[in-house]
Each structure stands twice: as structure tokens, then as C-alpha cells.
Design a protein around this ligand. Structure first.
Ligand code: HEC
Ligand SMILES: [Cu+2]
Length: 373
């Protein structure tokens, strides 16, 4: 056991910590959140069943112990019963107790096995979403519609009610439809978990796990990454926006239009001005790079390098293109060529070379990115 616990000072500070952190727990009810899908409903019921059984067992055991303590208490030096194994309970107890325990187990397992079968049933999906965990954000791809959404932590003040719980782009899902999730990751283990609507399976690089849901009620549901994935683990919350089918279809349509526009722009031969690129680059940076390199461009000493006055950000353009396009293996710096289009890469590099007093004045065009690939 930890040494601090033994000292009164240590205990005092632990108690103080709990009292002070009371505000942090204010959001948490005593029980699991109310489920809003049939399957999480069943899981919730199983949780209630096992909790109830455990509670009655606890009451019975404590009752027997307390009864025995008073009924059979003897003074020092008393010799315990040497013939217990010969009486009725002594002979049959060894069989009866395991049978009772097994009976309880079976009564739970009975209802659990049908739930488990449904957990593994991924048939007949109306909507399939690939959910990719990365340090530290979620990417949602609607497989049937080719729509892709990157969901990042929304920066809020610690006093804000939704501090560390809100994102820029939520996952929009239709109510009443069967939604299938494909879980994977790009770097380390993550786990996408929104307890109201879906159970939890790990997101594993190079491997796909499946879960599914059918949301029964419109609303906003929040979750968090449930697999410790590094220093930014607390900075990848999940927000699901469950809307009616019509609203969902409108939303998908809007996303498709926006994506078509973006890809047309990215593949046009247009030569962009520096101001245009810097403005776009700032957005790309805020969405994709800020978690590590920080808004100030100063990074985090010894973890994420500063880009403000950085060797590469103010050095030869070719090196800058190379690290953003290909990343650096063995570090947290990912290859962005598959995640960003040429225009976005050109914009973010131009931004980095002109922001925070990096006044190189240089402009990188989408054509330069294409050539460097
Ligand atoms: C998950 C954290 C993370 C994210 C997100 C990230 N980077 Fe990096 N970046 C790193 C790390 C770590 C390095 C240092 C790699 C090394 O050891 O050389 C780095 C290095 C760099 C460098 C070279 C800096 C130097 O002087 O050595 C540039 C430029 C850069 N990143 C640009 C970007 C851009 C642009 C984005 C967004 C599109 C981005 N990074 C997103 C972690 C990150
Ligand atoms: Cu994670």
C-alpha cells in the first residue's frame, strides 16, 4: 500500500482532495446513464440484475457473519468444533453451496447470452460508419456516402460546463436506423465509447472491430476515449448528434456538396495568393496540428517541437514539405498525405512559414505539394 496512507497528513490530504474534487463529480449520477438503444438497454438491465443479486448476497453474507459473531462467540482458548464435517451441513455444504452459486451464475448467463449474441450481430446495417482513433482526435467516414468528418476537441475554459466534453464536428446519426461502426486506429489503442448508445470495443491499428446501435431518441450523447492512449487521452471526447432521418439526409447532402467543392478547389490549377493560403492554413492548423504544436506554435518543450522560429519551419521548404507529407516514423508526427489534400498541405505549410513571426514571406502552392509527393 502507498506510504502516504499511513501518515495522518497523507490521509488528510486525500480527504481534502475528495472534498475539493466534489465539483468535478457533480456531473456524474450514481448509476450508468439512461440507455437510448435496445442493446444498451439490455446491457443496462443486466447491470441492474447483477447489481441486485450482488446486493442481496452481500446482505445475506453480512447478516450471517454478524449473527455468527454474536451467536457463537466464545472466550479465549476455546477449542473449535472438530466434528462439523460429519453433520448434515458439513457433508452437503460442499455440494450445495457451489450448486447455488452456479445457479445464480446461470440465471445471469441465461439472459446475458442472448444479449451477447446480439452484440456480435452486425447484419442489415442501414448506415456504416468507420471510426478511426488517432492521437488525439476521431475521424468518421460514412462508408455508403463517402463523407468524412474529423472531430477535434473544442477549446473551452475550465469553468465551462462542457470543458473537455465538446468537439468541433460531432458525429451525426439518424434515429431509428441500424448503424454499424467499424473501429480502428492509426497509432495506438483507443476505444470509442458512448454508453447511452453503444457498447465498447477497442480501436486497434491494422485491425477492425465492429459494434452497432439503433438510437431510439433524438439528442446529444457524449462519450470519451476509453483506452489510455497517451498524454492527450483526455482531449479526445466524443459527441453524437442523433437527428431525424430527414435532417440526417439533408446533413449528408450538405457534407457531400462541401466535399465536392473542396476537392474541386484542391485539384484546380489555381495559383493562390499568400493571404488566401495563410487564412486556409490557419484553419487546417487549428483542426489538425494545434493539439501538439499548440496555438502559439511553441509546441511543448521536449515533447512536441516549436514551429515558431523552428529549424524546419523557417528552413528549406523541401524539408518542411517532406515532414508534413511523410511524417517522421517512430514519432507522433504523422504522415498527412492521406489525410489532407494538396491545397490543405500547401496552406498549412504557408501558414507555418508566415505565422508567429516566422516571416519567411514564402508561399507554397498545391502544385509544389504534388511535385514533392
Ligand atoms: C500528435 C502530435 C502531432 C501532430 C498532431 C502534428 N505534429 Fe508535427 N510534429 C510532431 C512531433 C513529435 C514532431 C517531431 C518529430 C521529430 O522528432 O523530428 C513534429 C515535427 C513537425 C515539424 C518539424 C519541426 C522541426 O523543426 O523539427 C513540422 C514542420 C510539423 N511537425 C508540422 C506539423 C503540421 C503541419 C501538422 C498538422 C497538419 C502537425 N505537425 C501535426 C507531432 C505532431
Ligand atoms: Cu484515445
Amino acid at each position: 500500500m502507498c506510504k502516504t496512507w499511513k501518515s495522518p497528513g497523507g490521509i488528510f490530504s486525500v480527504i481534502t482532495l475528495f472534498l475539493v474534487s466534489g465539483a468535478v463529480f457533480a456531473d456524474y449520477a450514481l448509476n450508468l446513464p439512461e440507455p437510448v438503444s435496445p442493446l444498451t438497454g439490455q446491457i443496462y438491465d443486466l447491470h441492474m440484475l447483477t447489481t441486485r443479486i450482488a446486493f442481496y448476497i452481500m446482505v445475506a453474507v453480512i447478516g450471517i457473519v454478524v449473527y455468527a459473531m454474536f451467536k457463537f462467540r466464545k472466550s479465549k482458548g476455546y477449542e473449535a468444533d472438530q466434528n462439523m464435517h460429519r453433520n448434515m451441513f458439513g457433508v452437503w455444504g460442499w455440494i450445495l453451496v457451489p450448486v447455488i452459486v452456479l445457479g445464480i451464475d446461470m440465471s445471469i448467463a441465461g439472459s446475458a447470452s442472448s444479449t451477447l449474441a446480439q452484440v456480435e450481430d452486425y447484419s442489415d446495417a442501414d448506415v456504416t460508419v468507420k471510426v478511426t482513433g488517432s492521437q488525439w482526435k476521431w475521424t468518421y467516414e460514412y462508408m455508403d456516402d463517402g463523407v468524412k468528418v474529423v472531430s477535434n476537441l473544442k477549446k473551452l475554459e475550465p469553468t465551462d460546463e462542457l470543458y473537455l466534453r465538446d468537439v468541433d464536428n460531432p458525429l451525426v446519426l439518424p434515429v431509428g436506423k441500424r448503424v454499424r461502426f467499424l473501429h480502428t486506429a492509426t497509432d495506438v489503442l483507443h476505444a470509442w465509447w458512448v454508453p447511452e448508445i453503444v457498447y465498447k470495443k477497442d480501436s486497434i491499428p491494422g485491425y477492425i472491430n465492429e459494434t452497432w446501435t439503433r438510437i431510439t431518441k433524438e439528442g446529444t450523447y457524449r462519450g470519451q476515449c476509453a483506452e489510455n492512449c497517451g498524454t492527450g487521452h483526455a482531449y479526445m471526447p466524443i459527441v453524437v448528434e442523433a437527428v431525424s432521418e430527414e435532417k440526417y439526409n439533408d446533413w449528408i447532402h450538405g457534407q457531400k456538396l462541401a466535399m465536392a467543392k473542396a476537392s474541386a478547389e484542391a485539384s484546380s490549377d489555381k495559383v493562390w495568393s499568400r493571404d488566401e493560403l495563410v487564412a486556409r492554413g490557419e484553419k487546417v492548423y487549428t483542426t489538425n496540428c494545434v493539439a501538439c504544436h499548440q496555438a502559439s506554435g511553441e509546441g511543448i518543450p521536449n515533447v512536441f517541437p516549436a514551429l515558431k522560429g523552428g529549424k524546419i519551419a523557417t528552413g528549406p521548404v523541401a524539408d518542411h514539405l517532406n515532414i508534413v507529407i511523410n511524417g517522421k516514423s517512430g514519432t507522433a508526427m504523422a504522415a498527412w498525405k492521406a489525410q489532407l489534400n494538396d491545397l490543405e498541405i500547401a496552406a498549412v505549410i504557408t501558414y507555418e512559414r508566415n505565422a508567429w513571426g516566422n516571416n519567411t514571406g514564402e508561399v507554397v502552392q498545391p502544385a509544389d505539394v504534388k511535385a514533392a509527393k
